[in-house]
Write a protein that binds this ligand. Structure first.
Ligand code: SF4
Ligand code: SF4
Length: 453
């Protein structure tokens, strides 16, 4: 992949390498850097390996290891340097490879679960993404979108304002009354981002209907807290991410709900549940949960019944909700209630094969293209090449994912992440498979019956 900018400022690159590695090394990363036994068990788990063996987790992380060795080991500064096992800085060609590798990892965590040493290669590759961002490399279209979010200027954009206001009025029509907005002290803060308002507004409307039907004390946001906050985390912009997390945390604290409920099980889930509070060094007084966690809890409390379907359905574990977030049980409680013919995919739970969602972390090529067009952000030729290339892993990993869906003859694939929905639907279309993918709420909402107590 060509680096988005024609000219790479080598001085900025070297500075970024110095700063990112020195500022972040902790005992966990130290272990990841040192403990690899080169067994290559991680290769098969990565959704990018079917595209090329170059993208195996251990190979991608090797760039980070080379920089680490030179800086932190005697061997790296002596013999390692001579035999190419370590590098103080990168040549232009190596920097291009670094960017390519960094954007062929969606930090899904699959490699860590199969590694006999529990090494999280995604964490090392994330350092490369941070180097690339600091040095001004990587796709400009992503940086422009992240900058809009961090600066807060997204609120001035008509396209976003209109989508959000239209969502609020759809919710109002669905529940037949004013939408409770920014209500302090509510039990449930129903959280959504602009990305979701664009990806699946109908799912958000159905969630509101469920909350209303169950007579919950809930509130929604009068204004979105970001485009997909914090985008900075997935493009390597830590400073931008901190700014956005401060905004989000301050709103959550001001509303002070019991639960902040997300419908997205993408990177926002671990980011808003764990990373935000760890980074800001705060202890939240609220609990961040995925919608499936609250619905499963209320279902088990017999607040509603579920009228079952008579078809084979399956659950795709979003990596960030499952492997990175630890939510496996709640969706399965709902899935089993939804159909006696619920079947697990051949790979599921911690071993679920990632759909390669995002093809680069924060959105699919089609979504990014559409958003850039609506925002008037010009897509350069380099960015176009980059976006086109992100379709490759979708197609290659899709063959495995669609093969699994066909094997169990699932009619409906349900999941809980907007990117998984778009990416698996793309794969199903591409391979002409006879199935469809929906957010679990899409199906569930119409089958919930409030129990008579
Ligand atoms: S975190 Fe996921 S995408 Fe990244 S290297 Fe590991 S398996 Fe591959
Ligand atoms: S599975 Fe773990 S130990 Fe084996 S090559 Fe990959 S990172 Fe290294």
């Amino acid at each position: 992949m060509a680096i988005a900018e024609a000219k790479v400022d080598m001085e900025a690159l070297n500075k970024a390498i110095d700063e990112v590695f020195y500022s972040q090394l902790d005992s966990t990363l130290l272990y990841y850097f040192q403990a690899c036994v080169n067994c290559k068990a991680c290769e098969a788990a990565c959704p990018f390996t079917p595209t090329s063996l170059h993208y195996s987790p251990v190979n991608k992380a090797e760039v980070a290891r080379q920089l680490y060795r030179y800086r932190f080991t005697v061997w790296g500064r002596t013999v390692g340097r001579v035999i190419g096992g370590s590098k103080k800085y990168l040549s232009l060609e190596e920097a291009e490879t670094m960017v390519d590798y960094a954007w062929h990892c969606v930090n899904c965590g699959s490699c860590a679960f199969v590694c006999p040493m529990a090494i999280d290669s995604g964490a090392m590759i994330d350092l490369l993404k941070q180097v690339a961002f600091k040095a001004g490399m990587g796709p400009k279209v992503y940086r422009d979108i992240a900058e809009l979010e961090a600066s807060g200027k997204y609120l001035e954009i008509d396209f976003f304002k209109n989508s959000w206001n239209s969502l609020i009025s759809k919710i109002k029509d669905a529940i037949g009354k004013e939408v409770p907005l920014d209500k302090k002290g509510s039990e449930v803060l129903f959280y959504a981002s602009i990305y979701e308002a664009l990806a699946y507004p109908d799912v958000l409307v159905k969630v509101a209907k469920i909350l209303d039907m169950l007579n919950k004390d809930w509130t929604f946001m009068s204004k979105p807290l970001g485009i997909r906050p914090p985008i900075g985390l997935v493009i390597g912009d830590k400073d931008g991410a901190v700014k956005v997390m401060q905004r989000v945390y301050s709103y959550f604290t001001d509303i002070s709900p019991k639960y902040v409920m997300l419908t997205a099980g993408g990177f926002e889930y671990p980011a808003l549940r764990y990373t935000m509070h760890e980074t800001l060094k705060v202890e939240p007084k609220y609990e961040v949960v995925h919608v499936t966690e609250l619905l499963a809890k209320w279902y088990e409390n017999k607040e509603f019944e579920i009228e079952p379907l008579d078809e084979i359905i399956t659950w795709h574990d979003p990596c960030q909700l499952g492997k990175r977030g630890g939510v496996f049980e709640a969706p399965r409680i709902l899935m089993k209630a939804l159909s006696k013919k619920f079947k697990e995919l051949p790979s599921h739970g911690v071993n679920s094969f990632c759909c390669s969602g995002g093809g680069g972390g924060c959105g699919l090529p089609s979504m990014v293209n559409n958003m850039a067009k609506a925002l008037g952000i010009a897509i350069s030729d380099d960015d176009k090449k980059f976006l086109d290339k992100t379709s490759e892993p979708l197609i290659k990993a899709g063959k495995i994912k669609v093969g699994e869906i066909n094997k169990i003859k699932a009619k409906e694939v349900l999941t809980g992440c907007p990117v998984c929905i778009e990416s698996i639907n793309f794969q199903i279309d591409y391979y002409h498979a006879n199935s469809k993918v929906n957010h679990i709420v899409d199906i569930l909402a119409d089958r919930i019956k409030v129990s008579k107590k």
